[in-house]
Design a protein around this ligand. Structure first.
Ligand code: GRF
Length: 193
C-alpha cells in the first residue's frame, strides 16, 4: 500500500499533473495520485486524470454556491480517498481555510517564480512572467512551497532557477520555467514522502 495518497487540484491544462502521473508510474515517489479535483469542468487536467484511470471531481463555487456545502464536498472527497498529501498544480483558487487547517503542512503548491518575489494575489500564469521581464531581473525560476492561509506564502520546500534571456517575451520565459516546474514538483513530492 503506497505511503502517500495524493489529491491534485488543477484548473487548467494539467502539465504539472502529467509530470506527477509520469513520475508516479516510474516509482519516483512512494505514493499514488488517488483523486484529481478541478474548479473548471473543462480543465484538460481532468481529461489527463481520466486517461490515467484516476477519480475526477468538479468542485466549484458555481456548482456548490452554498459555501459550507462547497467546503464539505472538498473535505468529503479527500476523506473518501484517505488523502494525506494535497498538491495544488495550477489551481487558480485559494483553498478554503477549513481545508488548509485540516491538512496543515500536508499541502504543496507550485508557483512559476522565485517566491517570495512575484507571488500573491493576481500573480498567476503569464502575469508572473510579464512582471519578471518588466522588472529587468536576469533570473527567474519555480518554487514549491507549503500552503497556508495566504496566497503563495508558506515555507519553501524547493526552488530552481532559469535565466531570463535578452530576447525573452513572457511566453518564452513561461515555457522555460514550466520545464523546471515539471522537474521540481515530483522531486518535492518524493522529498515529502
Ligand atoms: C503553471 O505555470 C503553474 O506554475 C501555475 O499554473 C500553471 C499550471 O500549468 N500555477 P499546468 O496546468 O500544470 O500545465
Amino acid at each position: 500500500m503506497p505511503k502517500l495518497s495524493i489529491a491534485v487540484f488543477a484548473s487548467g491544462g494539467g502539465t504539472n499533473l502529467q509530470s506527477l502521473l509520469d513520475s508516479s508510474k516510474k516509482g519516483a515517489f512512494d505514493g499514488e495520485i488517488t483523486a484529481v479535483i478541478s474548479n473548471n469542468s473543462g480543465a484538460y487536467a481532468l481529461e489527463r486524470a481520466r486517461n490515467a484511470g484516476i477519480a475526477t471531481y468538479h468542485i466549484s463555487g458555481k456548482k456548490f454556491p452554498e459555501r459550507d456545502r462547497f467546503v464539505e464536498e472538498i473535505l468529503k472527497t479527500l476523506e473518501k480517498h484517505n488523502v494525506n498529501l494535497i498538491v495544488l498544480a495550477g489551481y487558480m483558487k485559494l483553498l478554503p481555510l477549513e481545508v488548509v487547517k485540516t491538512y496543515r503542512n500536508r499541502i504543496l503548491n507550485i508557483h512559476p517564480a522565485l517566491l517570495p518575489k512575484y507571488g500573491g494575489k493576481g500573480m498567476y500564469g503569464i502575469n508572473v512572467h510579464k512582471a519578471v521581464i518588466e522588472s529587468g531581473d536576469r533570473i527567474s525560476g519555480a518554487t514549491v512551497h507549503f500552503v497556508d492561509e495566504i496566497f503563495d506564502h508558506g515555507v519553501i520546500l524547493i526552488q530552481r532557477t532559469v535565466p531570463v534571456l535578452p530576447g525573452d517575451d513572457p511566453e518564452t520565459l513561461a515555457a522555460r520555467v514550466l520545464k523546471v516546474e515539471h522537474k521540481i514538483l515530483p522531486k518535492a513530492v518524493s522529498m515529502f514522502a
